[in-house]
Design a protein around this ligand. Structure first.
Ligand SMILES: C[S@@+](CC[C@H](N)C(=O)[O-])C[C@H]1O[C@@H](n2cnc3c(N)ncnc32)[C@H](O)[C@@H]1O
Length: 241
């Protein structure tokens, strides 16, 4: 939980040891995902009335989407992430213990940035592969670092996401394609001996979406004060046909 609160609500520059420069182009990842999706929406004249943050964890992207979108739904399978996102929604801030080394911790505070109307967001527990009926469709859908965490990414891509994005709406997928049998049976990984994940992703989305933009999105995930994972997500932006 603390890793996610730090990842979502603290600035990567403040997490690195003093004097260590932030790697180029690394910023707060969940906020950047939301911002880039809103930039694409503006550039393509998509007026976002409803947005969905699928696999929202502790909710930062959902709040950031609410800067421009009147109705945002954050869904995550983890009850404790949703409980924490709701606490942040109600209180605006939440104290937590950031791991330093061993069992040494320091106090930190996660804060929803000022100027966001938190009432525009609703958080709910749910399984992306078995969503409740009647959710309707969304102008913007964000699925950040989710596809390599579900058991059946192909179904998510070819059946579920097309049903969630309205025609003309936008989808942002990000993923480092870190396939692991802990989450996805190897037979369901997008990458195989002959195909990379992006090619498979494109072929699953092709009949419903057009690729409009692609870029690397680097992020830093802090384990403790001297240990970070430095990862490059593949961010692909799609327009629903
Ligand atoms: C790697 S995290 C990414 C979280 C957030 N989107 C971000 O970019 O920081 C994956 C998230 O997906 C959630 N998740 C995993 N399987 C899910 C499923 N079947 N349905 C909904 N959420 C799921 C996890 O609980 C976790 O919060």
């Amino acid at each position: 939980m603390a890793e996610y609160l730090a990842f979502h609500y603290l600035d990567p520059a403040d997490l690195l040891p003093k004097g260590v420069p932030t790697p180029r182009q690394v910023s707060n990842f969940p906020a950047t995902c939301a911002r880039l999706l809103l930039v694409q929406a503006k550039a393509r004249k998509v007026r976002p009335c409803r947005a969905l943050d699928l696999g929202c964890a502790v909710g930062r992207s959902s709040f950031e989407l609410a800067r421009r979108v009147p109705e945002v739904l954050g869904i995550d399978i983890s009850r404790s992430f949703i409980r924490t996102a709701r606490k942040l929604q109600n209180r605006g801030k939440l104290g937590f213990k950031l791991l330093e080394e061993g069992c040494l911790t320091r106090n930190a505070v996660a804060r929803v940035p000022a100027g966001i109307d938190k009432a525009r967001v609703r958080f709910t527990t749910g399984d992306a592969l078995r969503l409740p009926k009647g959710l309707g469709s969304f102008d913007l859908v964000l699925a950040a670092n989710l596809i390599d965490r579900v058991p059946d990414p192909k179904r998510l891509l070819s059946k579920i996401l097309p049903s969630l994005v309205r025609c003309g709406g936008l989808l942002l997928l990000t993923s480092p394609y870190t396939w692991s049998a802990d989450f996805t049976p190897p037979a369901n990984w997008l990458a195989s001996h002959s195909t990379d994940s992006f090619s498979a992703l494109r072929s699953h989305l092709r009949s419903s979406f057009r690729l409009i933009h692609r870029q690397n999105l680097p992020f830093l995930l802090r384990e403790h004060r001297r240990k970070f994972q430095f990862t490059f997500a593949d961010a692909t932006f799609w327009k629903r046909l």
